[in-house]
Design a protein around this ligand. Structure first.
Ligand SMILES: Nc1ncnc2c1ncn2[C@@H]1O[C@H](COP(=O)(O)OP(=O)(O)OP(=O)(O)O)[C@@H](O)[C@H]1O
Ligand SMILES: [Mg+2]
Length: 458
């Protein structure tokens, strides 16, 4: 937590409370704004762009700038001049006096744009007069010592006529103390913002909003959620959210608000909203590619156990090469690296694949993956596998709690080292536990354990 007692500045306030982290980004963006420059905060849904923009705008306001904000919405992006209207509404008395002082033609063009009325002159002349009116206003309002800062949240939804005005002004305010801080939403799997950047006064700088590291995310969740989240779940939330504050808040609320808190190694409950986010990207996958990726998703985050294209083929997916290539085209999976590991473009995607699959599908995939065996069998019975392990039924009745947990993680494809890390015990403990499990179950390997969990004879 930031501590004012040690001489550091107090945390900046976002829209919903103090910001965690982001110190460097705030300093860099703030510095540019103070010098009348433009910054573009880019990043995917929920990464924290609005929180940063608000903090920067508030800071500029405190520093004496005239801050004019607008936050275009997707649903309203077809309404002409909406952003101009929002900005105009924030003018104070001196701003309105500047409007009154505009030449008559510019004043009339501005009125027409703000009220939706017809221009008094030809369309072309009206457009020019309006552009000049906006420029005149910026010239009148921006003074050394009292710069103007335009704060535009979600630039991608700016209505077209306002966007054209902004671009016109952007090319002409170079020498004026007019700072712009804008945000733009990029696809979850990355995207290009060059077009948006060019619409701002030059030289504009893109500042990508990066995921939060573990400590910061834990701090954010600690501040925002009344109920605590168990330590292991925090790690899991950080992993699945990819450090995205919004995803993390949703996942943590689902964990804290759920009837049964998941146990170590169990998948996190995935809120419908996040599934929908992932579905947008996963939707276009062919059924075959989706099934292959489900297999890949079960090994995600398990280090050396992470599936490669070869291991997917060995696990009964003969078309894995083509299917993975399809997923690369759809930006679900990263282009192949040298180690051949199949890496998802965002950790939410494998989590959603796992959450969307039925238990039967998951078990079949796990069996195939762990054994490197034939195609997943549709004959696996429901209510077996991990739940059977967790519930203590069937062949697992004789196992102690710790032994069941280890078995549960074995069925997820975890190595001894990974299981040890998840359960916060030593590797030796895992090995000793597994030896006991083999003896009690009368089996010789982890593959046998997975088969038993899946309801097949070991
Ligand atoms: N650095 C941070 N410190 C504290 N809370 C944060 C931080 N970043 C984001 N949040 C919180 O996470 C949530 C998502 O952040 P925010 O709305 O700023 O994201 P966004 O990128 O603007 O998302 P959207 O794509 O929906 O516009 C909000 O509840 C916000 O308060
Ligand atoms: Mg936002």
């Amino acid at each position: 937590m930031l501590d004012t007692a040690d001489g550091r500045p107090p945390p900046e306030l976002g829209a919903e409370g103090p910001l965690v982290g982001r110190t460097e980004l705030l300093a860099r963006a703030g510095d540019r704004l103070r010098r009348g420059r433009a910054v573009l905060l880019s990043g995917p849904v929920g990464i924290g762009r609005t929180a940063l923009l608000e903090a920067l705008a508030d800071r500029a306001d405190r520093d004496g700038a005239l801050v004019l904000r607008c936050a275009p919405a997707r649903a309203e992006s077809r309404l002409p001049f909406l952003a101009l209207i929002d900005l105009y509404d924030q003018l104070d008395e001196s701003g309105l006096a500047a409007v009154d002082a505009l030449p008559a033609a510019q004043r009339a063009a501005l009125d027409a744009a703000l009220t939706g009325g017809p221009p008094a002159v030809s369309r072309r002349q009206g457009e020019l007069a309006l552009r000049l009116a906006v420029l005149s206003l910026l010239r009148a309002l921006a003074r050394p010592g009292r710069p103007v800062v335009l704060a535009i949240d979600d630039l991608q939804w700016l209505d077209r006529p306002s966007a054209e005005l902004l671009a016109f002004a952007a090319r002409r305010v170079r020498r004026l103390p007019v700072g712009v801080v804008a945000t733009v939403r990029t696809p979850l799997t990355g995207g290009d913002v060059a077009l948006h950047l060019r619409a701002l006064p030059q030289p504009a700088e893109e500042l990508p909003v990066e995921p939060l590291e573990f400590g910061r995310l834990a701090e954010l969740l600690g501040r925002r959620l009344a109920a605590g989240v168990p330590g292991w779940a925090l790690r899991e939330i950080h992993r699945t959210s990819g450090g995205n504050p919004h995803f993390a808040l949703e996942l943590a609320r689902a964990v804290a608000g759920g009837r049964a808190v998941p146990r170590p190694g169990e998948p996190l409950p995935m809120p419908a909203h996040l599934r929908a986010e992932a579905r947008r990207l996963l939707g276009p996958l062919s059924p075959g590619a989706r099934e292959t990726l489900l297999l890949a998703s079960l090994g995600v985050g398990l280090g050396p156990a992470s599936p490669t294209v070869d291991s997917l083929r060995a696990a009964g997916r003969p078309r894995a090469v083509v299917e993975v290539a399809e997923a690369v085209r759809l930006r679900v999976v990263e282009p192949p690296a040298e180690d051949g590991v199949v890496r998802f473009t965002h950790p939410l995607l494998p989590a959603a694949l796992r959450a969307e699959a039925s238990q039967d599908q998951r078990l079949a995939a796990l069996t195939a993956l762990t054994a490197g065996a034939a195609r997943p069998s549709p004959a696996i019975q429901p209510a077996r596998g991990r739940d059977a392990v967790g519930g203590g039924g069937g062949p697992f009745a004789a196992l102690a709690e710790m032994e069941r947990r280890v078995v549960g993680l074995v069925t997820e494809g975890g190595t001894n080292r990974e299981i040890a890390a998840r359960l916060c015990v030593s590797v030796k403990t895992v090995e000793a536990t597994l030896t006991r499990v083999y003896r009690k179950l009368g089996v010789r390997s982890r593959v046998d354990v997975v088969r038993l969990a899946a309801g097949a004879p070991a």
